[in-house]
Design a protein around this ligand. Structure first.
Ligand code: GAR
Length: 229
């Protein structure tokens, strides 16, 4: 059994949010962290794309930003990660949240941050990892979908599940309408999952993430309302 999360100290653990695009999950985390009782501080937003719209949103929120263009590193993931690691150290980061960060890591980087790096994916993992999860869900004809916050492992969109939220899938849904409904759930579960991690409430039991205290599970289930008769 491994305790996940930061070293417990007097100050709040410092979090980096890694983005590649719009950054709506980043904004949800930044907004949540404004509360005095939120147990983590958003120290920096790091983008691997200079054109990520989320960068301007982070600036507006008053959060320091760093851009490390990954394109120029090509397939040299280790060289990109060396720059990333030094930015994380410059900002004394203890926890990482990936928010639509579309770049794969080496196994070494993932191992170094194991238990301290979360990702969010807009499906009920292990269903529909990778690209176009909404299209995958609609093609499969599932009746519920949702979002998953999980610890990052070397496989894409896999790793111990911290929290999930569920939405109904409607007959007339398109990938866009389903994505929009799931996004509101993402913005609820990501801050909740980070809160648990930062408070040291998560433990890793092999491939499974458990709560150190069952009482913390209260209110963590978000499920669709039953349809009207
Ligand atoms: C979110 O829907 C997130 O779940 C997804 O990218 C979007 C980013 O939106 N992540 C993945 O698909 C990871 N495989 P945002 O930039 O507005 O947070």
């Amino acid at each position: 059994m491994v305790k996940a999360g930061p070293h417990r100290g007097a100050s709040k653990p410092r979090v980096a949010i890694l983005i590649s695009g719009r950054g709506s999950n980043m904004v949800a985390l930044v907004e949540a962290a404004k509360a005095d009782d939120f147990p983590a501080e958003i120290a920096v937003v790091i983008s691997n794309r200079a054109d990520a719209a989320g960068l301007a949103r982070a600036v507006k929120e008053g959060v320091p930003t760093v851009t490390i263009e990954s394109k120029s590193f090509g397939k040299d993931r280790a060289a990109f990660e060396e720059k990333l690691q030094s930015a994380l150290e410059d900002h004394r980061v203890e926890l990482i949240c990936l928010g639509g960060f579309m770049r794969l890591f080496t196994a070494e980087f993932v191992q170094a941050w194991y238990g301290k790096m979360l990702n969010i994916h807009p499906s009920l993992l292990p269903s529909f990892p990778g690209l176009d999860p909404h299209g995958q869900a609609l093609s499969a004809g599932v009746k519920v979908s949702g979002a998953t916050v999980h610890f990052v492992t070397p496989e894409t969109d896999a790793g111990p599940i911290v929290m999930q939220g569920v939405v109904e899938v409607r007959d007339d849904d398109t990938p866009d309408t389903l994505s929009e409904r799931i996004l509101t759930i993402e913005h609820q579960i990501y801050p909740n999952a980070l809160r648990l991690l930062a408070r040291g409430k998560l433990r890793l039991d092999g491939a499974v993430c458990r709560l150190t205290d069952e009482a913390d599970a209260a209110g963590s289930l978000i499920s669709p309302r039953p349809a009207k008769e």
